[in-house]
Design a binder for this molecule. Structure first.
Ligand code: AMP
Length: 438
């Protein structure tokens, strides 16, 4: 067993090791491509924001803010939070940079790390990454449908099949207060059958009881009045046309009347995307004794009141985010995506100090010519260098020894036949290019 290190990553926080990088890169390249196709511009916002941004926007009594936010007091006495989600920061940037004056809608996307002090378990980390898309200045349900379509497209490109999209409408500031009253009345009469958390939720926000994962609360919930039956005309029409857009676009969805999502700012549309594949807990992440869980891959919705709440102009908005680690973990399990790691076709072997020195310059010449060359500059023996070239299955090995350096030449060895030719060192790149083309 490896000796225990004095320093380890904090609980729930992981390194992304070289072997996982191709998965992240693949996801980000698909995201960049789809974002550009749908006219989204990239924005990067800071990791630290004023803690009040989340208290006011995400909601002071939400789990994310109340239980999971990392807040620090700066030496100057300000309270800053490590961003637990992207939407509030992007809405803040939209106002701060006067994006309301830009042609509408303003479409923005980003990727990066987020932080939530979660109870670590399979698929739930304290530092994780999201890809996030937001649209400002468009109230049409077609934009909600486009956001769903984008996440469906990203996951389909990554070879996820059988995706399940759960959608619901949670109404707006006109119809939700009345529904909340009806719901409160219903749950109050069944308080004794609810878990402790839900009894507390009943006082703060009864909608969150619909989200509870406890079996006893789910049993009570199954009898609860549904918001769909209490939507105002405007919300009902919005939801109806969203579903029509999804039908038209051949995006499969389920209606989930209990989907509310735990954030305060949502209005009308909410959705989550699941895979029918279930992530198997990874022992290397300390998840070994855990049950497989069905976690959402992405989630989002409309938030028409957030920009105004932050002091901006009345700006309808809609957005969503997907969890990168969850996608990576299922990609690994499925093994269906081919991850292109560029393989070198050339190996450069050198013998002696002079040759080593020349090698650095030669490597740079090959880089400029866009030819990937592997090397083992630290090794001295030709045998061990050729052994490495063999392992890499390169087509050619270039051999630069003392004699070659003095004669300003280099040997090109074809690895499968052992055939060798000596060419001028100045022509090495050109000669390799010619041979690779054959
Ligand atoms: P949310 O911002 O909570 O709507 O989450 C959007 C997506 O981010 C989820 O569907 C997950 O894929 C991912 N996600 C959220 N929280 C975590 C976490 N603690 N660890 C890993 N992924 C997460």
């Amino acid at each position: 067993m490896a000796p225990k290190l004095k320093f380890q990553t904090p609980t729930g926080i992981h390194d992304i090791l070289p072997e996982d990088q191709p998965y992240f890169q693949k996801i980000y390249s698909v995201v960049d491509e789809i974002a550009s196709y749908y006219g989204f511009d990239r924005i990067d916002i800071p990791i630290l924001e004023d803690a009040q941004l989340y208290e006011k926007g995400t909601g002071a009594t939400t789990d994310i803010v109340e239980k999971q936010m990392y807040v620090l007091k700066t030496k100057g006495g300000d309270f800053l939070a490590l961003r637990p989600e992207f939407t509030p920061g992007i809405a803040r940037a939209h106002i701060q940079h006067g994006m309301i004056a830009l042609p509408q809608p303003v479409k923005l996307y980003t990727t990066g790390p987020l932080f939530r002090y979660e109870h670590p378990q399979a698929g739930r980390y304290r530092q994780f990454h999201q890809v996030d898309f937001e649209v400002f200045g468009e109230q049409s349900p077609s934009i909600d449908a486009q956001i769903i379509q984008i996440f469906y497209a990203i996951l389909s490109e990554l070879k996820f099949s059988h995706l399940i999209i759960e959608v619901n409408s949670i109404g707006d500031y006109q119809c939700r207060p009345y529904y909340k009253k009806v719901l409160s009345g219903f749950f109050r009469s069944r308080q004794n059958s609810l878990c402790v958390d839900c009894r507390r939720r009943l006082k703060i926000n009864p909608l969150r009881i619909l989200d509870c994962k406890e079996e006893k609360c789910k049993r009570v919930r199954s009898q609860a009045p549904q918001i769909i039956d209490h939507l105002c005309e405007e919300c009902k029409n919005h939801f109806k046309s969203l579903l029509e857009f999804l039908d038209e676009a051949d995006i499969p969805y389920h209606l989930d009347p209990y989907l509310v999502r735990g954030l305060d700012y949502y209005t009308k549309t909410v959705f989550e995307v699941f895979s029918d594949k279930i992530a198997v807990p990874q022992p290397e992440s300390g998840e070994e004794n855990q049950e497989p869980v069905r976690n959402a891959l992405a989630g989002g919705g409309r938030y028409d009141a957030l920009v105004k709440l932050y002091g901006g102009k009345d700006t309808p908005a809609s957005g969503a985010a997907a969890g990168v680690e969850r996608i990576v973990s299922l990609m690994k399990q499925m093994g269906t995506v081919s991850l292109k790691v560029q393989q070198p076709k050339i190996f450069l072997a050198q013998l002696g100090d002079l040759a080593k020195k020349k090698s650095l310059k030669l490597m740079e010449e090959f880089r400029r010519a866009n030819i990937l060359v592997a090397e083992s500059l630290g090794r001295d023996s030709l045998r061990s260098q050729l052994g490495r070239a063999d392992k890499l299955h390169v087509e050619y090995t270039l051999i630069l020894g003392q004699k070659e350096v003095l004669e300003n030449s280099i040997v090109i060895r074809k690895m499968d036949t052992g055939e060798q030719a000596t060419v001028s060192l100045d022509k090495a790149v050109e000669e390799v290019k010619r041979r690779l083309k054959k």
